[in-house]
Design a protein around this ligand. Structure first.
Ligand code: 48H
Length: 266
């Protein structure tokens, strides 16, 4: 066995996919639940999608469940998305007496099953996920975002001065979670021109699950021409509350982002 054949197989295969991702319909920053669900629904309709994830593993905040108990909660409204992916869900409350008195219809889901299934199905739909690559800036033309600027996470973590490379996209998605990094970059470099009440990132508010889950769908939208915000980043941009380890809103936000993007690209 020639070891260099292994090296060649990896390098050729990766480079082919990377070069192919230089020009995509949609570039998504962040492979958390909202970014992956968005990518899945777009790819299902044959859009060319690349996801760039800074960390070694995908899933963002999902594998950690609630406070490292690796379970998540999903509400009835998002059940069809669990069904779409084939993710098992148990009715909650477990106890019949608590179920009788509870107003909520909830499901408890294994966080690892959820994220591994979503990731697998997203890749099988044709999405290319590039991990260990961070989006450090956007590409801009007059009044429009037209791509993302990438670098290896190892470069950023080592604080090396290595220039980045760019990818062109018809639409860019900020699915970077609580930090809403792309939206903050655009605010900083373009000015207070985001489509929010202040023109900038308003900042996430303290926990209020019901409001947070409701607002996240309203907040999933285009905030600057060519830039869509989804998931936790949407609530951070629009000054809405966090919600804890309930993930229905993240799934629904990813799906809504895909619908918004389809309308923009058309
Ligand atoms: C590339 C980047 C960059 C970058 C960040 O945090 P996430 O899981 O995001 P969502 O919005 O899909 O899900 C949010 C959910 O996990 C959560 O935190 C909830 C429900 N919180 C409620 C509460 O009360 O706390 O994933 C974002 C991903 C991560 O994997 C980051 O590593 C990645 O984006 N990322 N990738 N370039 N510049 N910034």
């Amino acid at each position: 066995m020639d070891e260099t054949l292994i090296s060649r197989a990896i390098t050729e295969s990766f480079t082919k996919d990377f070069i192919n991702a230089f020009n995509v319909d949609v570039a998504i920053a962040g492979a958390g639940p909202s970014g992956l669900v968005c990518a899945y629904y777009l790819a299902k309709q044959d859009y060319k999608v690349a996801v760039f994830e800074r960390h070694l593993r995908v899933g963002g905040g999902m594998p950690g469940g609630g406070m490292m108990f690796n379970r998540i909660v999903v509400q009835e409204k998002a059940k069809p998305i669990l069904k779409e992916f084939g993710i098992s869900a148990k009715n909650y409350p477990f106890s019949p007496s608590l179920r009788r008195t509870s107003k909520e219809k909830l499901y408890v889901v294994d966080a690892l099953e959820a994220i591994s299934t979503i990731c697998s199905k997203t890749i099988k739909e044709g999405v290319k996920i590039f991990n260990l690559m961070g989006v450090e800036d956007v590409v801009i033309r007059p009044n429009r975002i037209t791509g993302v600027v990438l670098n290896w996470s190892a470069v950023a973590w080592s604080k090396l001065h290595v220039d980045p490379m760019a990818v062109k996209a018809k639409v860019v998605v900020d699915a970077t979670g609580h930090d809403s990094e792309l939206s903050r970059i655009v605010e900083k470099k373009v000015g207070q021109e985001l489509i929010t009440d202040t023109g900038g990132v308003m900042g996430e508010k303290s926990m209020w699950a019901e409001v947070g889950e409701k607002k996240i769908l309203e907040n999933t939208k285009e905030i600057y021409p060519g830039l869509i915000v989804c998931g936790m980043a949407a609530n951070a941009v629009f000054g809405s509350p966090r919600m804890g380890a309930i993930f229905g809103g993240m799934f629904l936000s990813g799906k809504k982002a895909a619908e918004v993007i389809k309308r923009i690209i058309k």
